[in-house]
Design a protein. Structure first.
Length: 327
């Protein structure tokens, strides 16, 4: 069986170290591994592959990939490869759900605490050598998290971990998810269906966006949704930039209609130096690093290896994507 490994990205930190391909060759000597280190190599080798471990399956090349039976994505989001031809095909798609969940949940709590405790102001004033005690504490804007309401939009692996950590801080957690009939994760007080998003926004002091990007979630938070939020509420987006109407959010932040935002993902990345987000004093920007962790590759490659064993044996694989639903 030919296994294409093309775990590449524009950012060097998201490129799989070659040693892991060598490890897979040793672990599965009965398969032929085709390693690709640029987009053109993936496109050239894809028609030869039975299995692909890559974030890129280009739509125009897919018709030539007649041998392809399974794709292991390297992240949770797989929207870029769920074009109609892929969805209609028999190709199985699996994702990396759960691997970064703890790291991303800790990031959410970290940036939430930073905004609630106004640490972002302290860091800026430190660079200016300014003692900002009155600015930070005198505004009465410093808050604790205990007793606040945390609204989690998207209760998958990441959202569930965010909820668990939020509850440990004494927060009341409410969440949105499509399947409200499923058991509530630990720490979640209430689960609402997507059509009750405004209800969640009205009661939440902190709103975390972690749903997949689908046709139904694109532009999920716009002017109406921002208008429903509390004036001192914090919005945290670790999902996808396109979940949010940027113009509406910039306007709401600039006019003080919500308290602040911690943004890790953006409609266009890297974020344009001319973006108004950079200059807003109530915004904390991180460069798509919410999932950063000491070692992402070991658990990701282990997941792929386990799924490859299951694929060989005809057993159910882990993290199979519902291609119709988009996640």
């Amino acid at each position: 069986m030919n296994v294409l490994v093309g775990v590449i990205a524009d950012a060097a930190v998201w490129v799989l170290p070659p040693s892991y391909v060598d490890q897979l060759r040793r672990e599965f000597p009965h398969h032929t591994f085709l390693d690709a280190w640029d987009r053109e190599a993936i496109r050239r080798l894809l028609p030869q592959a039975d299995v692909a471990f890559t974030p890129y399956i280009d739509r125009d090349v897919f018709p030539a990939a007649t041998r392809l039976r399974w794709v292991q994505a390297v992240a949770v989001g797989v929207g870029s490869m769920l074009y109609p031809e892929m969805v209609a095909s028999s190709v199985v798609v699996t994702n990396a759900r759960g691997i970064r969940a703890r790291a991303m949940a800790e990031h959410v709590l970290g940036v939430t605490l930073a905004l609630a405790r106004r640490l972002h102001i302290a860091v800026r004033r430190q660079a200016e050598r300014v003692w900002a005690q009155t600015e930070i504490e005198g505004s009465l804007a410093v808050r604790t998290l205990e007793g606040r309401t945390l609204g989690v939009v998207g209760l998958g692996a990441i959202g569930g971990e965010v909820a668990r950590l939020g509850a440990a801080f004494g927060m009341r957690v409410v969440a949105i998810r499509r399947r409200v009939d499923r058991p509530r994760p630990d720490g979640v007080a209430d689960v609402l269906p997507p059509e009750r998003l405004l209800d969640l926004l009205r009661q939440s002091d902190v709103v975390v966006l972690s749903p997949p990007l689908t046709g139904g979630t694109r532009g999920l938070v716009g002017r109406a949704e921002l208008a429903a939020m509390k004036r001192d509420a914090i919005l945290v987006n670790i999902g996808r930039g396109k979940l949010v109407d940027d113009a509406a959010l910039v306007e709401a932040l600039g006019e003080g209609r919500i308290g602040g935002a911690a943004l890790d993902v953006f409609t266009h990345e890297p974020l344009d130096p001319a973006s108004p987000y950079w200059d807003l004093p109530n915004v904390l920007i991180t460069p798509h690093t919410s999932g950063a962790m000491e070692d992402y590759w070991t658990p990701l490659v282990a997941l792929f290896a386990e799924n490859l064993r299951r694929f060989e044996a005809g057993e159910p694989m882990l993290n199979v994507v519902d291609k119709q639903a988009g996640y």
